[in-house]
Design a protein. Structure first.
Length: 215
């Protein structure tokens, strides 16, 4: 007896969902969450407003997906850049410099993803991202402690302090309503210096420039 043909699975729902996430990110990048209305996102994605709600229960859920996707992409970029460094300290510098430079090159999007008030769901996802960054930083610090490149310390607490310092340092430079700030390179150099000190690495006369991926 001939078996019935299995129905072909269509990728259309997933493709539409991905298109909506991409469109939402582009709208947010141009004007922040205030400009990211359901209509604006749907028009950019080439779908109806009703289609958006078929894929996401609310606009907040869509923004969470945007943040989740962007956060994973940034993490992948930092890990890829760090993998090319020869030492643990070099990886630490590369991770910090890569994150900061990528944010400073696209300040409007970075501000929206990390700081701009929008929705409790997004705030929860931001916290999850931050915890993920802290875990990665703590793992890196533990490697440095194990190899003797870094002094003994509580890796989790140091990681939280470093991630918090990075976030706080970038508030002014990324803010769309901020005043004059230091140059991007000054911001990055200051962050590197602070993070090295925070991890227990001695200062050196000439802090080398760490180039982010693609620079």
């Amino acid at each position: 007896m001939r078996k019935p043909r299995a129905r072909r699975r269509t990728k259309q729902p997933d493709e539409t969902r991905a298109r909506l996430v991409r469109a939402a990110r582009e709208v947010v990048e141009q004007g922040g969450y205030a400009a990211a209305s359901v209509l604006a996102i749907a028009e950019r994605a080439g779908v109806s407003a009703g289609a958006l709600y078929r894929h996401f229960p609310s606009k907040g859920d869509l923004f969470v997906e945007v943040l989740r996707s962007a956060g994973q992409h940034e993490l992948d970029e930092m890990n890829a850049a760090a993998s090319r460094a020869d030492t643990i300290v070099g990886r630490l510098e590369t991770v910090v410099a890569t994150y900061a430079r990528r944010a400073l090159r696209n300040p409007r999007l970075a501000w929206a993803l990390v700081y701009e008030p929008v929705d409790p769901l997004v705030d929860a996802e931001r916290l999850a991202n931050r915890r993920s960054y802290c875990r990665g930083m703590a793992a890196l610090l533990r490697q440095g402690i194990a190899t003797g490149e870094l002094p003994k310390q509580n890796a989790e607490l140091t990681a939280a302090a470093i991630v918090g310092a990075i976030s706080e340092t970038l508030v002014g430079p990324l803010s769309p309503v901020g005043g004059e700030t230091a140059s991007d390179e000054e911001v990055v150099a200051s962050l590197l210096r602070f993070c090295r000190r925070g991890a227990g690495v001695p200062d050196r006369p000439a802090l080398r420039t760490v180039r982010a991926r693609g620079r």
